[in-house]
Design a binder for this molecule. Structure first.
Ligand code: NAD
Ligand code: ZN
Length: 350
């Protein structure tokens, strides 16, 4: 098989030939049709996350081992199965749940494998889908597409799933006004999902007018370009001068997190999702006085993924795929994402 592998931080990906994996027991080999290109693949390529103040969190300290094949938004057909696999046949079109846990920790025991203490996520801690074949450790991590377009389905495994989980959290206080920061792969899914499952008025924020135009088409009621120094004031005035009930920050860097806090009204809810990173100072007294909730959201569980796949099948959610690359173009795909040239999601079709 052919795989585009990250050899080490900031080194060009190399396309490498190796033997096809052989599935045992519950394992399934999936012939990859499409794999989404996520900003998290960029963080993996860059070797880690910006902690602010010149500090850097290395992915190798979190258990990543190079070389690694990235790609956690994997869609394909069942190619070969271990002896214990049930309910699947060769050729079935499937979406892969990549946020695989240890199966033992408190999170795994309540089926939140995405929050596992010792994660084994595909495309991060073990080889993923920038490849023509991917080995899935257990058939329980598969979901049948049943009619969903394969390229679109890739988004359900990460960008859609993460947005779904984050929007659910932002909806806990029944927001009248919901701010979505970042209209990229995650944020545009967030806008669609918020339109479908909340009754909030949606305000979308980004630096790029083209992305904001798409956000409007996806259902955002208002858009604000945060290059405008009056962004915070503009948002507050849209929210009847009271401020937003909830903010979901799909960027989560100092300027956006500060913006989020500054526009939150009393009882407001800030959900931090992006991994752009950095650090900031908080005015502590504001948090209790305004009774603000600050929480993180990390991907979602298998059941969320299946729910979202259903919503996509019904046409409620329509992931935006605007660019397609071959495996040999994996470096270009990542460079284009880094240069903010991609609207919605790009996929690699090996
Ligand atoms: P993307 O590159 O597709 O989109 C990022 C968007 O943010 C772009 O539209 C860009 O113009 C905008 N942006 C960047 N800086 C901005 C700023 N200062 N103000 C306003 N807008 C700004 O990225 P993506 O794939 O949507 O991922 C977004 C982030 O979420 C990444 O850091 C990614 O690693 C992270 N992520 C987190 C999870 C999770 O579970 N928490 C899951 C997947 C991805
Ligand atoms: Zn992702």
């Amino acid at each position: 098989m052919k795989s585009a592998r990250i050899m080490g931080p900031n080194e060009p990906l190399e396309v490498i030939d190796s033997d096809n994996p052989k599935p045992h027991d519950n394992q399934v080999v999936v012939k990859v049709k499409a794999v989404g290109v996520c900003h998290s693949d960029l963080h993996l390529w860059e070797g880690g996350y910006d902690l602010g103040d010149g500090q850097f969190m290395k992915v190798t300290d979190r258990g990543v081992k190079y070389p690694v094949t990235p790609g956690h938004e994997i869609v394909g057909t069942v190619e070969e199965m271990g002896d214990n696999v049930n309910g699947y046949s060769k050729g079935d079109e499937v979406l892969v749940y990549p946020w695989i846990g240890c199966g033992q920790c408190p999170a795994c025991k309540v089926e939140n494998e995405n929050l596992c203490d010792a994660p084994k996520s595909l495309g991060v801690f073990q080889d993923g889908g920038y490849s023509d074949y991917a080995l899935v450790p257990h058939y329980k991590y598969l979901a049948k597409l049943d009619g969903v377009n394969p390229d679109s389905a890739t988004s359900i495994a990460c960008s859609g799933l993460t947005a779904y989980n984050a929007i659910k959290k932002s909806n806990m206080n029944s927001p009248e006004f919901l701010v979505i920061v970042g209209a990229g792969g995650l944020g545009l899914m967030g806008v669609q999902i918020a339109k479908a499952i909340t009754s909030a008025k949606i305000i979308c924020v980004d630096l790029d007018d083209a992305k904001l135009e798409t956000a409007k088409e996806m259902g955002a009621d208002f858009v604000v370009n945060s290059k405008d120094p009056e962004t915070s004031q503009k948002i507050i005035s849209i929210c009847n001068d009271k401020g937003a009930d909830s903010v979901v920050d799909f960027v989560n860097a100092p300027p956006t997190a500060k913006l989020g806090i500054s526009v939150l009204r009393k009882r407001g809810n800030l959900v931090l999702v992006g991994l752009f990173g950095g650090s900031m100072e908080l005015s502590l007294v504001t948090i209790p006085l305004k009774s603000i909730t600050i929480q993180g959201a990390y991907t979602g569980n298998y059941n969320d993924m299946v729910e979202l796949l259903d919503l996509t099948r019904k046409g409620t959610i329509n992931p935006i795929i605007t660019k397609r690359y071959t495996l040999d173009e994996a470096n270009t795909a990542l460079e284009d994402l880094k240069a903010r040239k991609i609207l919605g999601r790009a996929v690699i079709n090996p």
